[in-house]
Every structure is written in structure tokens, then in C-alpha cells.
Design a protein around this ligand. Structure first.
Ligand SMILES: *Cc1c(COP(=O)(O)O)cnc(C)c1O
Length: 489
């Protein structure tokens, strides 16, 4: 007799629940533009919705669970798929990727080793190759999918650490040498975690100043490296940023590449946000030198519009990841034949068992093609520029920066004392809070040269010109409100 497990559902019930759920998801996606971006609910309100139920002890019919939880999620989430969501760097997720995730979970391939995931492993390798081609990186590189930009960058730094330490660092550790990391002061905070987790400590980060275009000053970089070498330290990696988190600026990558070459340092590029934009002809030149990096971190869940999570690390030397990560325990039998060797991704990164993150990216790259991406990224960039122009022309606003698809600006009422930076910052901070909880649109913030700014990052293929015009009106309206309240105080 067949075993009957309470977790099993038969094909009939699977279809019924699945169709119901897909119908609900399709209606949800269709309704996004009419939904508030967020209801701005507080943790206490959300907890009250869930109730204080203890661990379920007995079974509940599945339909009830799906109905209940889909309603909870649709009604009480922040909708980053909304056409007016522009906060941080979180994209509107590709619908094709949503379905691909369902398919990936259905087969449940463990992409840690080839024998456990034959076709999934080869699809992941092909996706890595396509991403390299996408950004103009050598397509015989190594690489793999990870959870996001943080992990992609940390993986790149681990490869750099192994490649550049002149002793067996994987065996004996840091040996009390001061291994140094160089990056601009605009680098994303993953660098703190990396320096900490890798055992270097955050003091091992050499923060290099930026020029007026928010780019690392290459001359300062080289001066610092020379000074550290003279002190007997061990510089090993320079991190360039291609699309900085606050303003979208791209470092002068070919200049940094030349410094790295001269001093034999690993050149890592954090392209988590910006690297895909290299395909847009109008901005390609900004990325000169990207192809010279030893490693590039990307984030398909940002500007390739993949559903979370999908990060990707590319390394020029296809062996560098295995050299940094491989251990070969006796209880694995994954080797295959010598003339047709298998890739076992557990040897190339930090994870052991791995999900099939590449599938949603592979499906969407096929659906859209490079040309489709050129069009979408170009429009995101054009919309950010339009916002810059509109705020620049507005008598009560000040456009501050515009790089790639990120624009920053401030609300500066015309009869406001512009030298009162403290009050202006307070006004704009309050304005960001209002907009973030108001539900009409979502922006985040950036502090640029001491100015607290509204920051709009368009990695959203649903945004149109009308939405950008609406934002200007929203800022006007809320800005005026906040201004009048501050005046009364
Ligand atoms: C978003 C971002 C990261 C971190 O990526 P996660 O996917 O959030 O882990 C790192 N660097 C830059 C430049 C980013 O924009």
C-alpha cells in the first residue's frame, strides 16, 4: 500500500489550488497601478492582522491558507512592482521570472553539484555566459549565482584574497599581515561586512575621496597605495563602482584598471546596480575599462528586473572561484569523466545546497533579448533625466544630480533661506517620510555634500512620463504642507 503523508496533495488538488492562485496573482499584477504603493502600516498593526496564534498543531485545508495569505500579502505589502515605486534599488519584477521561480521550485534541482542538477547546472553556466556577453566581459570567465549584490561582492573579494595573498591564506589565515582594500567613500556598505567577515577588519578599508562627479579620485588612490606599500602593508584589491548606490555615478574604470595593473592588485567592480546599463549606447562610454576587471558583481534582481533573489559574480580567471572555495570531502561523488568534466557549483562559492536562481534570469533574457533590454534601460535613464530637467526648471525645487537612472533633488521653497542647511535638510527629510508613508509614490533619500535629497531610482519598466510628472506634483503638494507646518513651529 502507498504511504499517505499529510503533506502530500494529489494532482487534482494541486491543479485546483494552483489555478486559483495563478488567477489571483494575475489579478493582483493587473491591479498594481490602482493600489497604494504602501499603506505605511506599523509593525503593531501587521502583527494584529496575523493574530497571536501558537504553532499550528492540527491540519488546515490548503485553499483557506492560500486565500488568507494571498489576501494578506496583496493588501499589506509595499508594492515595488507599482509604476510609482522608485525607492532604494528594487525593481519591478519580471512576470516571466515569477513563473520561472515556480517551475524551479517544482523540479527542486539542487544546483550544488552536476549529478544533482544536470540541466540546471548547464542553464546556470549559460546564463553566466550570457550575462558576461551582456556587459562585454570575456565570456570564458567563471561565475555563479548568489543571493544578491552583497554576496556577489563578498564572493569576488574572497577570490581576490586567495589570488593575491602570497601565502596559503586558506590554510593559515591572515598571518597578521595588513591586507588592504581600496574603494571610494561612495561605496555601498557591503564593503563593511566584507572587511569584517573576511577577518581584515574595517580599518583595512582605505576610503578614497571622490571628485565633483562622485567618482573615485584615481590620483588619490595611487598615492594611498604607494604610501601603504612604503609602510610595508599589503594592498590587494581595489573596488571600483559602476553605478553607485546614492547617485548612480560610475568610477573611471580604465584609470583604476591601469593603477591595479601597475601595482599588481585585483580589480573588482561593484556593478550591482549599474553594470547592465553598459548596453545602452548613449552611456556605454562611461563603462570603459569594465572589461579589464578581475571580477564584476552584478545584481539581476535590480536592473535585469529579476524577482528577488538573484545576484551574480563574474571572475576573469575561470579557475579563481574554485581556487578560493573548493574543498573535496570524501562523501561526495560528483567528479564525472576527465574528458567531459562537470561543474559542481558547491566548489565555486559559499553555498553547498543551492536553488536554481539562474532560471528566472535565463527565461527573461530569452523572452526580452538584448534589444529588449536596451530599450527598457534607455527609457529608465530618459525618465530619470526628465525628472532632473523638471525639478531643475521648477521654482521650488533644486536638481542635485543625475547619473544613469538615479536623480536626486531637493524641495527648496522660493522664499526659504537657502543658507539654512539644517532647516532645509529637516524639511526634506520630513518630506521623504511623508511621501514614503503616503502611498501615492515611493522615493528614498541621499545625502550629497551635506544636502539631504529626495532620491529617485528608476529600475521600473512600468514607470511612464505621466508618473514622473505626477511625482513633481506630489512633491509640490507635500512640500508645501511640510513647509507650512515647519513655519508654524
Ligand atoms: C544594491 C547594491 C548592493 C547590495 O546588493 P544586494 O542585492 O542588496 O545585496 C551593493 N552595491 C551596490 C552598488 C548596490 O546598488
Amino acid at each position: 500500500m502507498k504511504r499517505s503523508a499529510p503533506i502530500h496533495i494529489d494532482a487534482e488538488q494541486f491543479r485546483k489550488n494552483g489555478h486559483m492562485l495563478i488567477d489571483r496573482i494575475a489579478a493582483f499584477l493587473e491591479s498594481l497601478p490602482e493600489q497604494p504603493v504602501t499603506k505605511g502600516e506599523q509593525p503593531r498593526e501587521i502583527r494584529a492582522l496575523l493574530g497571536n496564534e501558537p504553532l499550528p498543531v492540527d491540519a488546515t485545508p490548503l485553499e483557506n491558507i492560500y486565500m488568507n495569505v494571498s489576501e494578506l500579502l496583496f493588501q499589506h505589502s509595499l508594492h515595488n512592482g507599482h509604476p510609482r515605486f522608485w525607492g532604494y534599488i528594487t525593481s519591478s519584477a519580471a512576470p516571466a521570472g515569477i513563473l520561472a521561480d515556480l517551475l524551479a521550485a517544482s523540479v527542486n534541482a539542487n544546483v550544488g553539484a552536476y549529478p544533482l542538477s544536470p540541466v540546471a547546472t548547464e542553464i546556470e553556466k549559460q546564463t553566466v555566459r550570457w550575462i558576461a556577453e551582456f556587459i562585454g566581459f570575456p565570456n570564458d570567465c567563471g561565475g555563479l549565482f548568489v543571493s544578491g549584490g552583497n554576496m556577489a561582492n563578498i564572493t569576488g573579494l574572497l577570490a581576490a584574497r586567495k589570488a593575491k595573498a602570497p601565502w596559503d591564506i586558506r590554510k593559515t589565515g591572515l598571518n597578521s599581515r595588513k591586507m588592504l582594500i581600496y574603494c571610494s567613500v561612495g561605496t555601498h556598505t557591503w564593503i563593511h561586512k566584507a572587511a569584517d567577515l573576511l577577518g581584515f577588519g574595517t580599518d583595512s578599508i582605505r576610503w578614497i575621496g571622490m571628485n565633483g562627479d562622485q567618482q573615485m579620485q584615481t590620483q588619490l588612490l595611487e598615492n594611498q597605495i604607494i604610501e601603504d606599500l612604503n609602510q610595508g602593508h599589503l594592498p590587494f584589491v581595489v573596488v571600483g563602482t559602476a553605478g553607485s548606490v546614492s547617485t548612480g555615478s560610475v568610477d573611471r574604470l580604465s584609470e583604476i584598471a591601469a593603477v591595479c595593473k601597475k601595482h599588481e592588485l585585483w580589480f573588482h567592480i561593484d556593478g550591482a546596480y549599474g553594470a547592465p546599463a553598459v548596453i545602452v549606447p548613449e552611456v556605454t562610454a562611461l563603462f570603459d575599462g569594465l572589461e579589464l576587471a578581475d571580477s564584476v558583481a552584478l545584481d539581476p534582481h535590480k536592473w535585469l528586473y529579476s524577482p528577488l533573489e538573484a545576484g551574480c559574480i563574474l571572475v576573469r580567471n575561470p579557475k579563481a572561484l574554485a581556487e578560493a572555495f573548493s574543498f573535496r570531502p570524501e562523501y561526495y561523488n560528483f567528479d564525472g569523466s576527465d574528458e567531459d568534466p562537470a561543474t559542481n557549483f558547491h566548489e565555486e562559492g559559499m553555498q553547498n545546497s543551492r536553488g536554481f536562481r539562474a532560471l528566472k534570469v535565463w527565461v527573461t533574457l530569452r523572452q526580452v533579448g538584448k534589444n529588449g533590454y536596451i530599450g527598457m534601460l534607455r527609457e529608465d535613464i530618459q525618465l530619470a533625466k526628465k525628472l532632473y530637467d523638471l525639478t531643475h526648471a521648477h521654482p521650488d525645487m533644486e536638481a542635485v544630480s543625475n547619473h544613469l537612472s538615479i536623480t536626486t533633488f531637493r524641495y527648496v521653497p522660493r522664499d526659504f533661506d537657502k543658507n539654512d542647511l539644517g532647516r532645509l535638510n529637516k524639511l526634506n527629510e520630513e518630506l521623504v517620510n511623508r511621501i514614503q508613508t503616503g502611498g501615492e509614490a515611493f522615493v528614498s533619500n541621499a545625502v550629497i555634500d551635506g544636502k539631504y535629497c529626495l532620491r529617485v531610482c528608476i529600475v521600473n519598466y512600468r514607470t511612464s512620463e505621466e508618473d514622473i510628472e505626477a511625482l513633481v506634483e506630489i512633491v509640490e503638494r507635500f512640500g508645501n504642507e511640510v513647509f507650512n507646518q515647519l513655519k508654524v513651529k
